[in-house]
Design a protein around this ligand. Sequence first.
Ligand SMILES: [Fe+2]
Length: 458
Amino acid sequence: MPITNFDFKEKYQYQNGFGCYFETEAVPGALPIGQNSPQKPPLGLYAEKLSGTAFTAPRHENKQSWLYRILPACTHPPFAPAPAPNESLGLGGEPFRRLRHIPNQLRWDPFDREPDADFVSGLHLLAGAGDPTVKQGCAVYVFAAGRSMAEREAFYSADGELLLVPQEGVLDIRTEMGWLLVRPMEICVIPRGVRYQVRLPAGPARGYALEVFQGRFVLPELGPIGSNGLANARDFQAPVASFDEDCGATASDGPNEYVVTAKFNNALFRTTQRHTPFDVVAWHGNYYPYKYDLGRFNTIGSISFDHPDPSIFTVLSAPSDHPGTSVADFVIFPPRWLVGEDTFRPPWYHRNTMSEFMGLIRGDYDAKKGGKGGFVPGGASLHNVMSGHGPDVDSYEGARNAELKPAKVGEGSCAFMFESSLMLGVTDWGLKTCQKVQETYSEHSWGGVKVHWKGGSA
Ligand SMILES: [Fe+2]
């Protein structure tokens, strides 16, 4: 079924396509024709350029949008440092300096729900690498929120492009460029700098997030697969322009106060302005937020023998400067048929030069047992650079002895992986404060792995 049957129904319209050049106007005539910056833009709007790449980036990488808004984004009092909402967010470089790099396999029980937090205060840096100030590296977060962000509040990150993977609840995200409804089994990407507000129309929300400081998410190359397959470009959805009108005669004398919080080198800064930041009446360009239903992923796999590399399940990839090696990939393990003959069908045991952070959106993952103390929705695992891992003993023995009929696995389930070429360090919050690390993960998973060796003669 190539679409997820969501309990919470869609309420917005979108523009479909990945990496497209879109144009959208909430009021007819708001977009200038044939030029970007006329002397007087239509309807008395301001033209504002939002650059996602260097002006001189090669044409195939160049990302920018033109926003036509009631007041430009610069019209605010100076930002001032904002209090850090928790021990891993808003402290500048400190959590990155204190990341702990350990070769042990790590697994976490489901992270706590946080009824008093909103999306920003409930965001926790769990692991990361690199440095946002030099635009290198990435960060892995978990978030839990029990309430919407305030009506007159917006947030943006100058640090990187953020991929959100909700696991519980519904995210109703108002961005400068329009609305996105993001439900579990959908993901969204918010580009660096785009201002947004997260509302919770269906109660508390929880999930995972990946921020890349370098580059942007793109569709992976398909090679011999051809021109369709995996995540197809037409299934990505971008917002249409939507705006509020709330301002005074000038930028500084509007009737209401709007708080804009910036994440800048993992520190938070705040300003209060007298006009809404959600005043973009029209925009055109190829730099915009978007969402994708993971149910639409066209899963490809072996129809002969052997388990292919998990790269076959890549939804989005944030490439590094080295071809074929990503800062981070977003990979899913959706429901699929396994038909391999004379094949150990689950993932093999392996050690990887990449680091693998996994989460579970729903259901059971076929290579790990669920239940208390297992790999369960809302929990996570991290297998870092060259840390050995693979099926737990029960999954291994089950697959070793299974009758190899065609079998559907993962029905009602979706595990995912953030796979990075970087060695991920874990924050104090991730190792201690959250109190979710399963201390006996390794022993429970692999302590009982059996010796099947029969001696030197086959
Ligand atoms: Fe792995």
